[in-house]
Design a protein around this ligand. Structure first.
Ligand code: IMP
Length: 430
């Protein structure tokens, strides 16, 4: 029996929600290991829609342990708000069902302010972030001046931490023309929120290891996508955390041996939100059509997503950096009705053919995609539940993707409905 890590294998928004929910129903523990409330997961359970951005997907299912690992950056005010919303929807949340790592870093109001100030200041520095303070919070973590969950328990430590943080932030804020941090107001806010967060604070690493020894099934729920990874993504147009599967171990305090099956979620075409390179992007009627048919608007910010053809080069790369065992291919039905489809199979740079995206920004900008054309299909694939339900051209498209990315399809999702899935390999049983 394997523990399963789910990672987005593109730029996020691959349709992780449905797959994660299907897996979390069969898991005992569901753990987030990176990111924060920049994620947006929509779950539909018995016709009821739940929108989550910080809490693990298992939270809506009774009897599961949901874990927010140390790799996550946690906005305590957002946490309390998300818990309250779910409780209003009848979801039972208690320290028995939710556990937060004591060593997780807090996102403070000053982080959001800094994030938004940088994004609005000048277009040269713009990343197109979600404006939630994710980047600035991770900067403070690495800069060894962050406030962590455990610090909330002791007033004296908290005051010291705030002072240390202010030295850095006040200097930054002066440069950006923002008022200095109001020390007393921040301390008062933290004192007020502390008792609402602390009951969930635990040594997550310890509990995770106990769960593992007891043979519990653990689902590691990734957010964003591997092309937004701080090391392997399209830097600097990335998020500020490691998104790839290895982070599941580091971000919860369990050894890498605990990871069994790595499921990469892959959309049948490509989208990205925010700035940055996107070699297979379409700025024509086909791109518009993908966006409309795929309802490609951000769940967190409502921004229109950029759309393009499937880029096999990038997905082959992310399958390698995350050690993907099998992919879940989603939203194939969005491609229904296209006469021909294209897949990016390589890049051309200065007359040479490349089989990967180079790291250097100037080279990335000069890369032109090499497309392979495939026959489309006019029939609907929506709701297909077996290979036999799919038109021959759709099967060929999927098989070609498997070949190009050098990774098999474990699951094919053909609509947001849970049962509209073709299961090839069960990640927990593999
Ligand atoms: P940040 O994570 O808010 O710092 O944003 C950095 C980049 O990651 C931006 O391009 C965002 O649009 C992107 N991003 C962050 N979270 C998500 C997500 O959940 N889905 C897709 N893109 C995301």
């Amino acid at each position: 029996m394997a523990n399963v890590v789910v990672v987005g294998a593109q730029w996020g928004d691959e349709g992780k929600g449905k797959i994660v929910d299907w897996l979390s129903e069969r898991a005992d523990v569901i753990a987030r290991f990176q990111g924060g409330h920049n994620a947006g997961h929509t779950l539909v359970i018995d016709g009821k829609v739940y929108k989550l951005s910080l809490l693990p997907s298992g939270i809506v299912r009774p009897g599961k342990l949901s874990v927010i690992g140390n790799g996550v950056v946690l906005d305590p005010w957002h946490l309390v708000e998300e818990i309250a919303k779910l409780r209003a929807d009848g979801v039972d949340i208690s320290p028995e069902s939710l556990m937060i790592a004591e060593n997780a870093v807090l996102i403070l109001p000053l982080h959001g302010e800094l994030d938004r100030a940088r994004e609005s200041q000048n277009s040269v520095a713009k990343i197109g972030t979600t404006g939630r303070g994710i980047g600035p919070a991770y900067e403070d973590k690495v800069g060894r001046r962050a406030i962590r969950v455990a610090d909330l328990a002791d007033e004296a430590t908290l005051a010291l931490r705030v002072d240390r943080l202010m030295v850095h932030h006040d200097a930054l804020r002066r440069g950006l023309g923002i008022e200095p941090v109001d020390r007393e107001a921040l301390l008062a806010q933290l004192r007020e929120i502390a008792p609402q967060v602390l009951p969930y604070a635990k040594p997550v690493w310890k509990v995770m290891n106990e769960m593992r020894k007891a043979g519990k099934r653990i689902l590691f729920e990734g957010a964003q996508g591997a092309l937004l990874d701080i090391d392997f993504g399209t830097y600097p147009y990335v998020t500020s955390s490691n998104v790839i599967a290895g982070q599941a171990a580091t971000g919860t305090g369990i050894g890498p041996g605990a990871i069994g099956f790595v499921l990469g979620i892959v959309k049948a075409y490509t989208t990205r939100v925010g700035e940055g390179p996107f070699p297979a992007e379409l700025q024509d009627a086909d791109g518009e059509r993908l966006g409309e048919r795929g309802r490609e608007f951000g769940t967190v910010t409502g921004r229109k997503r950029r759309c393009g053809w499937f880029d096999a080069v990038l997905v082959r790369q992310t399958c390698a950096t995350s050690g993907v065992s099998g992919i879940a291919l989603t939203k194939l039905d969005v491609l229904d009705g296209f006469e021909t489809l294209k897949i990016c199979v390589g890049y051309e740079l200065d007359g040479e053919r490349l089989d990967h995206l180079p790291i250097a920004a100037d080279q990335q900008a000069r890369c032109t995609p090499i497309f392979e054309e495939l026959e489309g299909w006019s029939e609907s694939t929506a709701g297909a539940r077996s290979w036999a339900d799919l038109p021959g051209a759709a099967v060929k498209y999927v098989r070609r993707i498997e070949e190009l990315i050098q990774c098999p399809v474990a699951l094919l999702s053909t609509s947001p409905e849970r049962d509209d899935t073709i299961l090839v390999t069960d990640p927990f049983e593999d």
